[in-house]
Design a protein around this ligand. Structure first.
Ligand code: NDP
Length: 433
């Protein structure tokens, strides 16, 4: 804490991982002897830069850009870019730290990193977004590359932004280096299923959690927070597997639709019109908009928070438990506060941490890198099957590891220990670097 003052989210993420490591350090003291813990919490490289751009009123704007290259023991740094006014070093470091273990869990050769800017895309014109992305890449390009660091999207960075970023990278470097970014469009080096992957992957994980107790999604009620990339495709897969999503949200409020979310309408409003969640309630008689109180008051069997960090607190967790929730899976990164996680644990609610449940996005990004490297493109069905297999393998790995270390059914312990040992072993093998 003294070494990284004021970085509350980073401290929270580190504590969450290290709280799980007691049994592994007791069994394998050589990790501590080799300074793995100290080395893991210090990023290999942190880049902070100025992003100047001109808005539509010809005014100069200046934002701050970040890229934290956290750990490359397993492969090139890999992790998304977030454009949101709340972005500062503490948020980027928490996300980058989580990414190290998440990427290890996928079993694919990718290290951990994260980046972004305090730029707020909300209300900005398409031209402003393009000028911002071009300026951002004009600095970032010198730090990234197919074998070095491969960014992708996150909050506020979707296909449109990746397009502008890739265009500028290509222009500056004069290289059509497809493997430098993931989340690209299908016509220019992207992978099938990448757009859907995080949401689909989280639901595959829930499917496997249910299967582990001889249950299934069919007929279950689900509440999903957010209505962005992760939330929309989580809703799609839940509906395909027979679940009914009765509520979702954005930062202006939430909607309850007991008839089940009309996904085509939600996509039209969010992806095409770039509208607000209230527009959904205006267009659908069975839905109502709620702008006060918490989304987590809505009774549900399964909760999948897919918006942002610390969006589900202790009071929300208590209410969910009171309403009979059985499974909580984090589609977003660290959406549940430590108190909420503790309450779920005490109540016997099965809880999947984001580094396991939302790893499908980065896993499919690694599949995109594989396709780029071999100049190949796979079908939707083949890619989705690979995603599904990867999620099952992560699920089983977490469950077995938890059992091995004396905490059966504890996905938090399982994910943290499994991710940690994989990275720590590689760091040991590579020496003091
Ligand atoms: P999007 O920008 O597509 O969507 C984010 C959604 O969350 C929007 O509905 C947004 O509402 C809402 N939201 C964001 N910030 C807040 C806030 N402070 N309060 C309330 N609502 C908020 O992002 P993604 O769907 O890509 O990402 C969502 C989460 O999933 C993040 O935690 C991200 O790190 C994580 N994640 C994403 C992956 C991906 O592949 N995209 C991969 C793994 C994890 P509004 O529009 O009103 O701001």
């Amino acid at each position: 804490v003294a070494r990284n003052p004021g970085e509350a989210e980073f401290h929270q993420a580190v504590r969450e991982v290290f709280d799980s490591l007691g049994p592994v350090l007791a069994k394998h003291p050589h990790y501590a002897d080799a300074g793995i813990i100290k080395r893991l919490t210090e990023p290999e490289r942190q880049i902070i830069f100025r992003v100047p751009w001109i808005d539509d009123r010809n005014q100069v704007q200046v934002n701050r850009g970040f890229r934290v290259e956290f750990n490359s023991a397993l492969g090139p740094y890999k992790g998304g870019l977030r454009f949101h006014p709340s972005v500062y070093l503490g948020v980027v470091k928490f996300l980058g730290f989580e990414q190290i273990f998440k990427n290890a869990l996928t079993g694919l050769p990718i290290g951990g990193g994260k980046g972004g800017s305090d730029f707020d895309p909300k209300g900005r014109s398409d031209h402003e977004i393009m000028r911002f992305c071009q300026s951002f890449m004009t600095e970032l390009y010198r730090h990234i590359g197919e074998y070095t660091d491969v960014p992708a999207g996150d909050i506020g960075v979707g296909g449109r932004e990746i397009g502008y970023l890739f265009g500028q990278y290509k222009r500056i470097t004069n290289r059509y280096e497809s493997g430098v970014l993931t989340g690209k469009g299908l016509a220019w080096g992207g992978s099938q299923v990448r757009t859907e992957a995080t949401g689909y992957g989280a639901v595959f994980f829930v499917r496997d959690m249910l299967a582990a107790v001889d249950d299934k999604l069919d007929g279950k009620t689900v509440v999903v927070s957010g209505s962005g990339n992760v939330a929309i495709y989580a809703i799609e897969k839940i509906e395909q597997l027979g679940g009914r999503v009765v509520a979702c949200s954005d930062s202006s409020g939430y909607i309850v639709d007991e008839a089940g979310i009309d996904l085509e309408l939600l996509k039209e409003i969010k992806n095409v019109q770039r509208g607000r969640i209230g527009d959904y309630a205006d267009a659908r008689p069975s839905a109502r908009l709620v702008t006060t109180g918490s989304l987590w008051n809505v009774p549900t069997d399964i909760a999948i928070p897919c918006a942002t960090q610390n969006e589900l607190n202790g009071a929300d967790a208590t209410q969910l438990v009171k309403n009979g929730v059985r499974i909580v899976a984090e589609g977003a990164n660290m959406p549940c506060t430590p108190e909420a996680v503790r309450i779920f644990g005490e109540a016997g609610v099965r809880f999947a941490p984001g580094k396991a449940a939302n790893a499908g996005g980065v896993a499919t990004s690694a599949l995109e890198m594989q396709q780029n490297a071999s100049r190949d493109s796979w079908t939707f069905g083949y890619t989705e099957d690979r995603l599904s297999e990867i999620m099952t393998s992560i699920h089983d790995h977490c469950l077995h590891t938890a059992e091995e270390y004396g905490a059966p059914g504890n996905y938090v312990m399982g994910a943290n220990i499994a991710g940690f040992t994989q990275v720590a072993d590689a760091m040991l093998a590579l020496g003091l670097i």
